[in-house]
Write a protein that binds this ligand. Structure first.
Ligand code: 4AD
Ligand code: MG
Length: 443
């Protein structure tokens, strides 16, 4: 059995060969003794046309055409021939079998050519039969592969540690006990960075935040690299290189899908992605960002509902002004006030900021967040006391500073936000197969 993508990519090179392809019918045109059936098996955006012709196909196959309709599962065997315009190939079937028909086509939920994304969410199990969700799935797959390739090519190891600390009681029914679910693998993966230098995690993470937005999920996937002998510059460069690598990979390997999104979802997507690859990201300190946002002409133009001021956690309206209005490209904001950031972020000498960085991108906002980690035992302990972080369960974390401490840094990237970013999809619930969000987290 060949996949449609293999047949269509090989094209003229395999004309005359006999292949078998299975898939689901997208559309069918029938005349007496002749049928044209467009089949998709998900391997590519393009459909492979099956031609079922009296005289070439056997009698059973001709009879089977009666059961062919949108959504039916079919398998055809035949010769690869050139299409009439000579630009592509089609399958001239000697045999066609209908593995699964749809007796009442009016009941097939995703038959309608263009269901809205909201309507499709009601049919999560059938969504991948549509062009949009199949394309999302291929791009998501490409991003996962590009992620591993990027880090593996640079010699990173993926130790996949389990995490307990900072996790939430989410399930009360794990062997009869509550079980914590991973919120982030960072603290645990730091122990590997402090032994094996460069590492990363790639796995599901859970947040019980009651956020009903198009950018939050209760379960999302996160990639968290952690690098040793590194500071803020290295961390920011790694983040920029990684995003550029994934974007370039998708442009090269998912060209037809990007074309689809460019036409149907976000006009100009391909150019935007090309710019991500070609242009340097903006790097801006938090202090400079606030200074820019407070300029009279900016305040006048932006009409923020909350006026920015030094020390506040920037609102998305502020972040969006920087990325969507001012720079129109990714902006790495760094050196945030210590009071709005985590206890483990490395303190700067100014006494009021830490070496944190967030990668903000147009349309989405925060795509990555990270920092240099406080590697000085005394400074870390003092900070934990100031912030009331209990030390009892954290001795192992302090040990990493007690025994052979090392400057190190890392960040977390929300994988679904990356998929949104490279496809132009507007709702995070449409870039993960079975989304979990408040009210929909129980299955
Ligand atoms: O900013 P966050 O919470 O950072 C951490 O968890 C750090 N421990 C990461 C590290 O330094 N290793 O999350 C990182 C990223 C965010 O920038 C965002 O892209 C994504 O994870 N994210 C979410 N994505 C979808 N739904 C949510 N509820 C998300 N919360 C965070
Ligand atoms: Mg963050």
């Amino acid at each position: 059995r060949a996949r449609a993508s293999e047949v269509l990519t090989a094209g003229a090179a395999i004309i005359g060969q006999t292949v078998t392809v299975g898939g689901w019918v997208r559309s069918a045109r029938k005349q007496s003794g002749l049928a044209f059936i467009d089949v998709s098996d998900g391997s590519t955006m393009a459909k492979l046309q099956f031609v079922v012709k009296e005289g070439i196909a056997d009698a059973d196959s001709i009879a089977a055409v009666a059961k062919v309709g949108t959504g039916a599962c079919v398998r055809g065997t035949g010769k690869v021939v050139a299409t009439r315009d000579g630009k592509s190939v089609e399958l001239e079937c000697t045999s066609l079998s209908v593995m699964g028909d749809i007796p009442d086509p009016s009941k097939y939920p995703v038959a309608k050519a263009r269901l809205s994304m909201e309507a499709l969410r009601e049919h999560q199990h059938l969504r991948p039969r549509t062009n949009a969700l199949a394309a999302v799935t291929r791009v998501r797959n490409a991003c996962a592969f590009a992620t591993h390739r990027f880090f593996q090519e640079r010699g990173f190891l993926a130790p996949s540690p389990r995490t307990e600390d900072g996790s939430i009681d989410y399930s009360k029914d794990f062997f009869g006990n509550p079980a914590g679910l991973t919120v982030s693998g960072q603290l645990q993966v730091e122990s590997f960075a402090c032994s094996m230098s460069d590492v990363y995690t790639f796995g599901p993470t859970f947040r019980a935040e009651n956020s009903h937005t198009s950018r939050h999920l209760s379960e999302f996937w996160m990639i968290e690299p952690e690098i040793a002998f590194a500071g803020l510059e290295e961390d920011m460069s790694l983040a920029e290189d990684y995003l550029k690598y994934c974007t370039a990979y998708v442009l090269e390997h998912c060209a037809a899908d990007i074309e689809f999104f460019d036409q149907r979802v976000e006009k100009g997507l391909r150019d935007r992605l090309q710019n991500v690859v070609n242009e340097d990201f903006v790097r801006l300190s938090y202090t400079d960002a606030i200074e820019i946002l407070c300029r009279p002409e900016v305040l006048k133009k932006a009409k923020f509902s909350i006026k920015p001021s030094w020390g506040m956690d920037m609102r998305s309206e502020h972040e969006r002004y920087l990325t969507d209005v001012m720079f129109k490209k990714p902006v790495i904001v760094n050196n945030y006030p210590k009071d709005i950031k985590a206890f483990y972020m490395r303190a700067n000498d100014d006494g009021r900021t830490v070496q944190a960085m967030d990668v903000l991108v147009p349309r989405i906002g925060e795509l990555m967040g990270g920092s240099v980690r406080e590697e000085r035992l005394d400074v870390l302990e003092k900070r934990m006391e100031e912030m009331d972080v209990p030390k009892d369960n954290m001795q192992w974390y302090l040990d990493l500073r007690r025994f052979g401490t090392v400057p190190h840094a890392g960040f977390g990237l929300g994988f679904e936000r990356l998929v949104m970013y490279v496809t132009g999809m507007e709702n995070i619930r449409d870039v993960i197969p079975f989304p979990r969000y408040p009210g929909h987290a129980d299955v």
